[in-house]
Design a protein around this ligand. Structure first.
Ligand SMILES: [Zn+2]
Length: 85
């Protein structure tokens, strides 16, 4: 692991102003070997013990998409039972 790569990863993290998954705004950040950036969606990305960027707290956007799909399936099922096209 080169120092330059650690520095480049930290820099990439700290440049994030929005969640890379859903676009929610940044709410806090800290630099150094334990660099971390937190977003309004509750996602947190940071450097792990190997200085690799890791999701410390995952973005829930995928779960919102899944919940919406389940709601749409349920609505479609009810409409079909009611005879709607
Ligand atoms: Zn997010």
């Amino acid at each position: 692991m080169t120092r330059a790569l650690v520095s480049a990863r930290e820099s990439a993290l700290l440049k994030l102003t929005r969640c890379p998954c859903c676009g929610a705004g940044r709410v806090s950040s800290s630099g150094g070997r334990a660099a971390a950036v937190a977003f309004a969606c509750n996602a947190v990305f940071g450097l792990d013990a190997n200085a690799e960027v890791m999701p410390i707290s995952v973005c829930p956007s995928g779960s919102y998409v899944a919940a919406r799909a389940l709601n749409q399936q349920a609505l479609k099922a009810v409409r079909e039972m009611a005879g709607a096209p």
